[in-house]
Write a protein that binds this ligand. Sequence first.
Ligand code: UD1
Ligand code: CA
Length: 452
Amino acid sequence: MPVAVVILAAGQGSRMKSDLPKVLHKVAHAPLLVHAMRAAQSIEADRIVVVTGHGGAAVAKAATDYDENALIVTQEEQLGTAHAVKQARDVLADFDGDVVVLYGDTPFIREETLQDILSARQSGAGIVVLGFEAAEPAKYGRLVLNAEGGLERIVEAKDASPEQLAITLCNSGVICADRATMFDLIEAVDNKNKSEEYYLTDLVGLARSKGLPCAAITCPEAETLGVNSRVDLAAAEATFQTRARLEAMENGTTLPAPETVHFAYDTYVGRDVVIEQNVVFGPDVTVESGAHIRAFSHLEGCHVSEAAVIGPYARLRPGAEIGGGAKVGNFVEVKAALVGTGAKINHLSYVGDAEIGQDANIGAGTITCNYDGVFKHKTIIGARAFIGSNTALVAPVTIGDDAMTASGSVVTQDAGDGDLAIARAKQVNKTGLALRLMNKLRAAKAAQSKDK
Ligand code: UD1
Ligand code: CA
């Protein structure tokens, strides 16, 4: 059965106290909205519709940046959740399948849970609602079940009787129905309630009055966690990280101190990788099997191949492509550079806009001078080349295979295969001059203190 997902993201989120629309606040480097979109992708949604309102242009951009096929509709006034979903009616008019409604500020709905909802639909429920047992049901809509355990109606807290308020099974907001059922019933929703809003939750009562069976399925409360404040955002980040660390370990990654490692939403880590203490991942990082990321390293937009060793205290920036078995050591920064298989950059270096050949050795303190203040230039270093410590490579420059640079060189010209480039002042030794100079200075100091 084809599935369309409608993500509600029109609310302002005033409790965030922010100029940024709520759904654009980030968890693990991705906007909340993107987390909801990823949930939609996890069930291979054929269409994703994002309902925007507050900060609409920015929200629309974030949605289409992430998925160019996302459909954007606008809810000019926020008149309630049913009114929000109604905005998707036209873009789904020709859609034949199920429609799942998610919230843009609820990032943790798992694929398995969404599959359970779709299965419940397949088993004959006209409408399926995702519920949870709330620790504090306070403000949530309550799921009213009938004697057979079917879902009879949803009552918003504001409109509930004391008896209904005693129900702890609450509405997560996730709801699923066939496209025609969803939009036909929405037409019948009115706003005659305490909030004067068009409640999406009214669909259940309307469906039941037409004899359509409805079902509630449940998930843990943590999964339905919504973000309304900065405190919620921090809690959501913690929830994400806990889940990501567990997943990494379950997939064969060793984390000696899991609570100190921070993943991004899209970090990919292969088997038998070790990630030591206090490693931080920005977006778009892939670490292949057997690699070792040592303590206090920061990685973003990079690819680490099998058995490479990174850090401690290394920084891999976007475009760093580290070859198999290569080593990037302490206080080394690599940006937009290919580091060949088995190459070593062990200490205190900056390598940017470069290609480092296989098994090359980059000495301590080597710097690629890639920027002239306006343009970026490239440094190419051949296979097995040996770059002496404290070499400044003034790009554009090419060092050949098996070539060397003398330590302390400022290299401004290309060096051919097997050449040795020496670009530093020649050393001169003055016999005994150091001692004579020191004696002279000490005598001058002695004369000075006598005068006082
Ligand atoms: C809603 C549910 C409630 C459920 C709770 C779970 C209704 C009537 N109530 O209540 O049963 O327990 O969520 O959190 O559906 N939104 C729009 N446009 C609107 C209104 C809302 O896009 O006109 C979006 C909001 O940005 C938000 C989501 O829909 O992401 C839910 O809206 P909210 O106002 O938070 O609903 P609640 O009153 O919390
Ligand atoms: Ca809410």
